[in-house]
Ligand binder design. Structure first.
Ligand SMILES: NC(=O)c1ccc[n+]([C@@H]2O[C@H](COP(=O)([O-])OP(=O)(O)OC[C@H]3O[C@@H](n4cnc5c(N)ncnc54)[C@H](OP(=O)(O)O)[C@@H]3O)[C@@H](O)[C@H]2O)c1
Length: 249
């Protein structure tokens, strides 16, 4: 796997699910990892314990990515622990599937501020460091921005904004050597999709039928791709939005 020795990585929303898998893999490639969480301190500490048990470096830091003050504190803490942050994985998100008629202003604000503003605030904070050289931002989008599943209108609108932000931010930050890419995961078995009732449902069976590789994703499926994008092996890749869905599109 690609090496991320001597890098400092923040993975947002890493207390569970895909973020936890990505944090574990990044640590295995040599990065010191800040395991961000919003509420689930127990989950985040479990991920840190897993990493340190394998000889890796990690610390759990609470911060709501939708709040500027929290994001500044997250970066300050990361820098105190491990030095300048040169890998940022924007994984934290709110994903609610609901009919159009159920979308409220409050739900719009909650989902958009976490998924879109959160991504913007953390990327700003990474770029505000004037002592970093080459750096990599990986935004976690969704294959749903291609497949547009039923009742996903607000969610895929937020993630389509993340895709567009990725391409535009890559143009702006490229001259400084900061690469910005996104991955589009397919339907995966996580705490979030279990809580939604997706795992074991007819929708999951349909998703598997629509996936050439014949299964849903797992948290372990995405870390190697993120570790590659974070590393110097991906030095010529920026502004790309990469499908990682077992072929579902
Ligand atoms: N699972 C899938 O099928 C799938 C498919 C495509 C894309 N994705 C994307 O993959 C990412 C992870 O999904 P998942 O299923 O693993 O999610 P999950 O199991 O629901 O976990 C979500 C994580 O995000 C954190 N989080 C939520 N709001 C936050 C905030 N404001 N600030 C900081 N952290 C916050 C949660 O922290 P706490 O629990 O500590 O509050 C938790 O660690 C998301 O971007 C999602 O859109 C998932």
């Amino acid at each position: 796997m690609s090496s991320n020795n001597a890098r400092t990585a923040i993975v947002t929303g890493a207390s569970k699910g895909l973020g936890a898998g990505i944090a574990r893999t990044l640590a295995r490639t040599g990065a010191a990892v800040v395991v961000n969480y919003r509420e689930d301190a127990t989950g985040a500490e479990r991920v840190v314990a897993d990493i340190t048990a394998e000889g890796g470096r990690a610390v759990a830091v609470q911060a709501d990515v939708a709040r500027g003050g929290d994001v500044r504190r997250l970066f300050d803490r990361a820098r105190e622990e491990y030095g300048p942050v040169d890998v940022l994985v924007n994984n934290a998100a709110v994903a609610v599937f609901m009919p159009l008629s159920d979308i409220t202003e409050k739900e719009f604000q909650r989902e958009m501020t976490t998924n879109v503003l959160g991504t913007i605030l953390t990327t700003q904070a990474l770029a505000a460091q004037d002592d970093i050289g080459a750096a990599s931002v990986v935004n976690v989008s969704t294959a749903g921005t291609l497949t547009h599943p039923l009742y996903s209108s607000l969610y895929v609108a937020s993630k389509s904004a993340v895709n567009a932000f990725t391409i535009a931010a890559a143009k702006e930050l490229g001259p400084r050597g900061i690469r910005v890419n996104a991955i589009m995961p397919g339907p995966s078995d996580t705490e979030g999709t279990r809580a939604m009732g997706f795992v074991g449902s007819a929708q999951e069976a349909q998703a598997i039928a629509d996936t050439p590789l014949g299964r849903t994703g797992t948290p372990d499926d995405y870390g190697p791709l993120v570790a590659f994008l974070a590393s110097d092996d991906a030095r010529w890749i920026t502004g790309d939005v990469i499908l990682a869905s077992g072929g579902m599109r």
